[in-house]
Design a protein around this ligand. Structure first.
Ligand code: GDP
Ligand code: MG
Length: 436
């Protein structure tokens, strides 16, 4: 997710970090590079201008330029402005009404039908009783695709392809009778730039949909803004950004909330029913800036179960974890889900996910840690040159690879400690998330 943007931004900050304190020229050069990184990631120029203007204003306001404060403060400002551009706070489904109606709209091929299934799965997890409704009379295969998903989720499916608006009303009556509390309604996707058929807007308005989610494909970049504008007359309440698992450059995630004035509620990160994540702007900003998402990782690992994993997750939150914990985590991850998704949450490891070297990397990491003594795993600072040579020999790797692992671990540990001690520098957004 966003690898090249992340790479460019962390490069810009690495350069800034070198002297520790910033001169005004450093700040200007840094801002220029951030600007170029955002534009190269296909972020809308208007959004880039807004982010940069706010960063500059705050940087000056918080006396970054004049009093030469550390680069961390500038990084903190950039982080919170990127989060702000993505909507600031996490948005949730409203789900009001009996049943609540969640309507999915969007251009053809953006992922509406797939997302309908994913949203139903998400609702089931939350203890809701969803019904999947197909209101797409245009594609004969649409019904089949959605009813197959309903079948897999073991929830009711209703076809509303005859007279969509009336059929949805009937589905709502049925839901009330059978005590189902949410209708997830799939609609047809018009070709790019074309408005959806009128009945879509009618269901949204007359049927009282509490949530109208505009589904857009992140792979099309800022073009998504134009595609989304065709749906303004329908009146959507939030966005779903799909295919973030592909090589999206990040432009859409950063441009859409501002340009379409609606929050991203979910992101799609794969083709499976489980591949939907609630969108949290602050966590996403962390991932874009290469900080990973350790809180999200801890949650995923806890979901995967296992007491040892839960204990590690707790230590991650406390801010202390050893190389042994690192190994436990890696082993748990093999069970917790697609490795690339999990890895992208660990600072510095996201790129391995992209390059398809995950399995190799895991095997090597495991071998290296297993070649260490218990003492070394608990206190890695005792590992000097001769121990490194022994570990490399024992694990069939090179000293360079041992060094690499130790510095990755060190990076993760420092970050975890920072979170644990709630030691964020001023300007890191300030909200409760910032002290995670
Ligand atoms: P619709 O025309 O808007 O209903 O789009 P579909 O739901 O039929 O999806 C179109 C294609 O995109 C299908 O092949 C889906 O499997 C794929 N797709 C949807 N969401 C995602 C996602 O988050 N990641 C990936 N990789 N593929 C997705
Ligand atoms: Mg469809």
């Amino acid at each position: 997710m966003f690898e090249s943007l992340t790479e460019r931004l962390s490069q810009a900050f690495r350069k800034l970090r070198a002297p520790g304190r910033l001169t005004p020229a450093d700040v200007q050069a840094g801002l220029r590079e951030i600007r170029q990184a955002l534009l190269a990631a296909d972020v809308h120029y208007g959004v880039v201008r807004e982010i940069l203007a706010r960063v500059e204003e705050r940087a000056v306001g918080e006396r970054v330029v004049e009093s030469l404060v550390p680069a961390e403060q500038l990084l903190g400002i950039v982080r919170s402005e990127i989060a702000r551009a993505m909507g600031g706070e996490a948005a949730k489904l409203r789900l009001s009404g009996r049943p609540a109606i969640v309507l999915l709209v969007g251009p053809a091929g953006s992922g509406k039908t797939t997302t309908a299934g994913k949203v139903a799965r998400h609702l089931l997890r939350k203890g809701r009783k969803p019904v999947l409704v197909c209101a797409d009379p245009q594609r004969p295969a649409a019904e089949e695709q959605l009813s197959a998903l309903a079948c897999r989720l073991e929830i009711p499916f209703v076809s509303a392809v005859g007279a969509p608006r009336e059929d949805v009303e009937r589905a709502a009556e049925m839901a009330r009778r059978e005590l189902r509390d949410v209708l997830v309604v799939d609609t047809p996707g018009p070709p790019p730039g074309v408005a959806p058929p009128p009945f879509v807007g009618e269901i949204a308005a007359a049927g009282g949909a509490s949530d109208v989610l505009l589904v857009l494909d992140a792979l099309v970049g800022q073009e998504a803004v134009r595609l989304g504008e065709a749906f303004v007359p329908v009146g959507f309440t939030g966005l779903v950004l799909t295919k973030l698992d592909g090589d999206a450059r990040g432009g859409a995630a950063l441009s859409l909330p501002t340009r379409l004035a609606r929050p991203v509620v979910f992101v799609g990160v794969g083709e499976r029913l489980d591949d939907l994540e609630p969108f949290d702007p602050e966590r996403m900003a962390d991932r874009i800036l290469g900080f990973g998402d350790l809180a999200g990782l801890a949650e995923k690992l806890e979901e995967a179960g296992g007491e040892r994993v839960a204990a590690v997750a707790a230590r991650v939150r406390e801010g202390s974890f050893t190389l042994e914990d690192f190994l436990t985590q890696i082993e748990a991850m093999s069970r917790a889900g697609p490795l690339d998704q999990l890895l992208s949450r660990i600072p510095g490891l996201g790129k391995f996910a992209q390059e398809g070297k995950i399995e190799d990397e895991f095997r090597r990491t495991r071998a290296i840690i297993q070649s260490m003594t218990v003492e070394e795993r608990r206190a890695p600072h005792i590992i000097g040159a001769s121990r490194k040579r022994r570990i490399a020999r024992g694990s069939g790797t090179t000293v360079q690879e041992v060094n690499q692992l130790l510095s990755q671990y060190e990076q993760a540990r420092r970050l975890v400690r920072g979170f644990g001690k709630r030691r964020m520098p001023p300007g890191w957004g300030g909200g409760p998330q910032a002290t995670r």
